[in-house]
Design a protein around this ligand. Structure first.
Ligand code: ATP
Ligand code: MG
Length: 389
């Protein structure tokens, strides 16, 4: 029978609380794949065995199941495998045809064998050698390459069955979403903040998103774009709540009452204050942003001091030390890049100063802030909409 072996990543190393992480991960896996069919779940030896329920005859889409399992944080590897009786003749008889699709167009291979059940009569080196020979006989066009094979066939002798897998895939890694609590992401339509969200979800945080818009300066399509980002991110992050707050009045207030060069930093403080208030009301443990030191004027160390001062919670900036090329590589991998690069207007770019202050002093910024009408920030909820993904 064909099944998935979902192998634990980092959580395999957890001590007493491993079970809590494990249960969270299984819940997340079920949430992700249960719409694809009826599966049974069994766990043993830091592996979750996910098998199509033998009682239902429906065809399970294995490719899609595999694709979804690869988005679940907590898994170190995903192996689509065939379960075989623990008898070398049977392993040969049933295993070789199973491998055909993967090996027929390959040039080189190797066998990795692991004998967890020490009562099995052949040890791991013997299994590698013998089964390698069987494969060479069946597919004479292949050559063995121990260092850089095109296909690595994994053969594992475990408690109940032998498992064979020609394509072990690296899992999403990290910690199951929700195991570390819940945080609020400042999500723009840009490249960086979706990557920041992904990285914090990978550390086990469930996430909700806060987006600022400035109609009529920003259009409906800017919001639609952020919605598509949420949809994409929910593949990794699970359920996401998107809060959209209209920031127009705050921005106009700053524009009308403060020097232009302080526009950006005052706006960032306003964003932090609103985010902080939402965190307080809804019990988030942190604020997440896509800031990276030095990337733009609002992200100089001096500007970050001024921004952080307005937040009442820790601000997580997972991309802080990454350069744009590295961030783009992650964005491409997780599928947000093509959404992020659609044209749109961001509220930050609406009244962008020509020469933003690169080294703002907190005291100066606070003095200017005193000129603003704080009601626009305090009453943000009046201009907020919520959507769930
Ligand atoms: P990004 O690519 O994530 O938009 P950026 O390089 O454009 O980042 P900024 O525009 O300075 O940088 O924004 C820095 C961070 O502030 C963003 O990563 C995001 O977390 C937050 N942010 C910016 N604009 C918005 C917005 N309209 N709504 C919510 N958060 C925002
Ligand atoms: Mg931006």
């Amino acid at each position: 029978m064909e099944l998935f072996m979902a192998k634990y990543g980092e959580i395999a190393l957890k001590g007493n609380n491993k079970r809590i992480f494990e249960e969270r991960m299984i819940k997340n896996i079920k949430r992700r794949i249960s719409s694809l069919g009826n599966f049974t779940y069994e766990r043993a030896q830091s592996t979750l065995y996910i098998s199509p329920n033998p009682k239902n005859n429906e065809d399970i889409d294995f490719d899609e199941t595999e694709r979804r399992l690869l988005t679940v944080f907590g898994l170190g590897a995903v192996q689509r495998s065939l379960a075989l009786p623990k008898d070398f003749n049977e392993i040969k008889r049933l295993g070789v045809p199973y491998l055909e699709k993967s090996l027929v167009s390959a040039k080189s291979f190797k066998v990795e064998a692991k004998r967890a059940d020490k009562t099995f009569p052949m040890n791991s080196p013997e299994l590698m050698r013998e089964f390698g020979g069987v494969i060479l006989d069946a597919f004479p066009h292949l050559s063995v390459n121990l260092h850089n094979p095109e296909v690595t066939v994994h053969l594992e002798i475990r408690d109940n069955y032998a498992y064979i897998c020609p394509n072990r895939l690296t899992g999403a890694g990290g910690i199951p979403v929700g195991a570390s609590g819940k945080a609020l992401v400042l999500l723009s339509g840009g490249i960086d903040s979706p990557v920041a969200a992904y990285m914090m979800a990978k550390r086990g945080l469930a996430l909700d998103m806060l987006h600022f818009e400035s109609p009529p300066y920003t259009s409906e399509r800017a919001l639609l774009k952020v919605e598509s980002l949420c949809e994409k991110l929910s593949e990794y992050c699970g359920e996401i709540r998107l809060f959209s707050v209209n920031l127009t009045r705050v921005q106009e207030d700053i524009r009308d009452n403060c020097p232009e060069e302080y526009m950006t930093i005052l706006l960032r403080r306003a964003m932090m204050k609103i985010a902080s208030e939402l965190c307080r009301e809804r019990h988030y443990c942190a604020i997440v942003t896509g800031e990276s030191v030095g990337q733009v004027a609002s992200q100089t160390p001096a500007a970050i001091i001024c921004t952080d001062d307005a937040a009442i919670l820790p601000v997580y900036r997972p991309v802080v030390g990454m350069d744009k090329i590295e961030i783009v590589a992650v964005a491409r991998k997780i599928g947000t890049f093509n959404i992020s690069t659609l044209p749109y207007e961001d509220c930050c770019t609406v009244f962008t100063p020509h020469r933003p202050k690169l080294k703002p002093h907190l005291a100066d910024v606070k003095k200017l802030e005193a000129r603003l009408n704080s009601c626009f920030i305090q009453n943000f909820a009046e201009n907020m909409s919520i959507k769930i993904f």
